[in-house]
Design a protein around this ligand. Sequence first.
Ligand SMILES: [Zn+2]
Length: 412
Amino acid sequence: MKFFWPDPLDLIDPTFNFKSEEGLNGTAKQQNQLFPHEVFDFPLYHGFVVSKIYFDKGSCCRWNSSQLNRFFREGAKRFLRLPLESSLSVMGDSGAYTKAAFDQAKGHLIDECLEVINFYNSIGVDYGLSPDNVISGLWNEIRTTNQGEVPKDWQARWARTLELAETFYFLHKKKMSKWVPMGVAQGWDPISYQKSVKALQQIGYKYIALGGLNSLNSKDIVSTVKACHEIKNNTTNYHLLGVSRLEHMELFKQNGVISFDSSMPIRQAINDDRNNYHFFGRNYLAIRVPKSSASPKLTRLVAAGKLEYKELRRIELLTLNVLRSFDEGNASLQDVLDILNCGIKYRNEKDYSKEYKQLLKDKPWKVCPCPICKEMGIEVVMLRNRERNLRRGFHNLFIFSKQLKKSSLFQE
Ligand SMILES: [Zn+2]
């Protein structure tokens, strides 16, 4: 099984100082920041998924124009600093997922495909996904709310995705592009996915990505993958777009899946109310220590006269001090819980004291073998700012890769 990392934009600043909360790089340049594969002496992934949408000027790109120019000048592999001797690959993606909110089923088929192919050719990919129109929805919901009728919009997206795949395949051949074309299958139930896969195989695709599955529950993903396995040619292989259910990976593998991609380790590190810090066997909630001066919510409450900035800041600094003392063995668990409770009450936050107590009792960061935890100590379990949160995401990525490796699913 090959794991692709779909996040070429989140890098950490190695000069960031956790006490002063400043990086020497200031607005750190991409050249001075680190990708996960530059932090860990351990194979984390087999390559990157590089989405076109991130590099389209004026879209959701966080890089400035000189960085973008360098990206296109150097090509993806040099820009991502993938070691030349490594077998790390680049999979190009049209970015349909992020475009899902807009009307996708418009535009000229050939122009749309050519634009994507030219992007892949210019940055140098190993694999290229055909442009698609995402169908995101639960088929079970339809059966109950729409008398079994499939919305017209979904049908249009499904048909358009196949038209795009056919044109894309033809143009890829015509342009004699060296990378492997991947057909994207969309659907709303196992049958519609099967139909997509059949059509893609007829077009000539041997590497097919199943899209639109990431918001479904595991049961529905499993039944879709199984259904696609039933009609797959011997030479067809599957990729799962944005799906990382570790517990089902072995089953996916048995059903023809050879690769997947997922940004779950970073996403959960930052935006989850349960699983921020992953560890072998269990996950933990990170400790919320909001920065009084940077939190929009707290700033609003201060402006409205509901909280005093001075008191917020006093609790914030005391919390940081007590957490650090606890990590050094100079404060008790109760000392930390007391100040955390004080913050929870003053800021009127959800009471996570039970979750915090479990984390502080187990102290997983003390035994984690990854360089992030070794360097950061207790700072890694604080949900506070970008540099801490991203490092926790890198740690999660390390744990994820270790787990994949342990289950012998990580292809060497
Ligand atoms: Zn770690």
